[in-house]
Design a protein around this ligand. Structure first.
Ligand SMILES: *Cc1c(COP(=O)(O)O)cnc(C)c1O
Ligand code: SF4
Length: 338
């Protein structure tokens, strides 16, 4: 049993003490390769290294191929150009309706309150997104409210980002109260990776804000591998579930990280045993710098076919891709469209 030092530490202090120096991360993990280090230093100049200590301690010491490490360690291949891999694969820059609002699907839209994340995932399609220009200011609330009320089909707001759980409880509460005051809204969704990388963020105050909201709350975490889900993390997720929050997981299918049916099967069971339902399995967005995580269509189909055979239907995440201009995430299995 690993001896964890940081898992239960106060989340604010963890957030202000993130690992941002590639050398420090490699030292902690006892990895002394000069090649890894020089690649990490170079690649972190375009998208900074950012790893919470509570996440770093889930990484196996001495293993340069650890699936958690590969998600966060900058790699020299990020700097190479590959055909079809672009800075804005989803065309999101064009879809901004109001500061903070990204409305592409009928009944629900993304509301971005912060561009900050607790962790920087190297494959993230948001690595090039110009957040700071798009964040709502306090007095933009009136415009957002007017926007929602002008679209009667909207019944759900998705707090996204960045990562909304990097915000204080006070700020979250303010926005949740504002949203609750709009009658047509029924559901509040929160897309966040923080419970996986700094599980102590799920504190009493946060749980009570969700519990006391008029809105039905769906919290969608992002975990790609069962090794991310240690006992403390799972206890926090279960606590949410016990407080009537629906907790779902989205994963990204990543070469070297979780590109086998066995790993994904284990992840689904681990989630379910914690009370979390597997929701989406995203194929990689073709973002510049993420090519080394890409899998070809045949490989993806092979893995997913095996996953379907391994798991009961309710534990199979939907294999999807987001395609610019589509009205929903596009289901992929058995097609040649990806
Ligand atoms: C993914 C996404 C959503 C949520 O889609 P669901 O299929 O409901 O999970 C909403 N808006 C945008 C712009 C998205 O990218
Ligand atoms: S936490 Fe989510 S939004 Fe932030 S870098 Fe990772 S994948 Fe991207």
């Amino acid at each position: 049993m690993t001896n964890y030092l940081y898992q239960e530490q106060n989340w604010q202090s963890q957030m202000s003490d993130l690992i941002t120096d590639p050398k420090e991360l490699l030292d902690i993990l006892k990895l002394s390769s000069d090649q890894l280090l020089s690649g990490a230093i170079l690649a972190s100049q375009t998208f900074k290294l950012r790893v919470p200590r509570a996440f770093a301690e889930k990484i196996e010491v001495g293993n340069p191929l650890d699936p958690l490490l590969l998600q966060v360690l900058p790699h020299h291949l990020e700097l190479e150009d590959f055909e079809g891999f672009v800075t804005d694969p989803l065309g999101e820059e064009d879809a901004n309706q109001q500061p903070g609002v990204l409305h592409k699907y009928k009944s629900r839209f993304l509301l971005t309150l912060t561009g900050a994340c607790a962790v920087h995932c190297r494959y993230c399609f948001r690595r090039h997104f110009p957040y700071q220009e798009n964040l709502p200011k306090n007095d933009d609330w009136v415009n957002i409210k007017n926007y929602i009320e002008s679209k009667p089909d909207i019944n759900e707001v998705i707090l996204s980002g960045g990562d909304p759980l990097t915000l204080s409880n006070r700020k979250l509460q303010l926005w949740i109260e504002r949203l609750s005051s709009i009658e047509q809204l029924k559901y509040l969704r929160i897309h966040t990776r923080v419970p996986v990388v700094i599980p102590s963020r799920v504190d009493e105050e946060f749980i009570s804000i969700l519990k006391n909201s008029r809105l039905r709350v769906i919290l969608v975490i992002h975990s790609n591998h069962a090794s991310e889900l240690d006992e403390f993390t799972c206890s926090k997720l279960s606590e949410l579930v016990h407080n009537k929050v629906t907790v779902l997981n989205q994963a990204v299918l990543l070469k070297g990280v979780n590109d086998s049916a066995e790993i994904l099967t284990h992840l689904s069971y681990k989630l379910f045993d914690t009370g979390v339902i597997p929701y989406y399995l995203h194929v990689l967005d073709k973002v510049k710098g993420a090519h080394h995580f890409d899998l070809d269509t045949n490989e993806i189909n092979r893995i997913y076919t095996e996953l379907l055979a391994n798991l009961p239907g309710y534990l199979v995440p939907k294999l999807v891709r987001e395609i610019a201009g589509e009205k929903n995430k596009t289901p992929l299995f058995g097609t040649e469209t990806f």
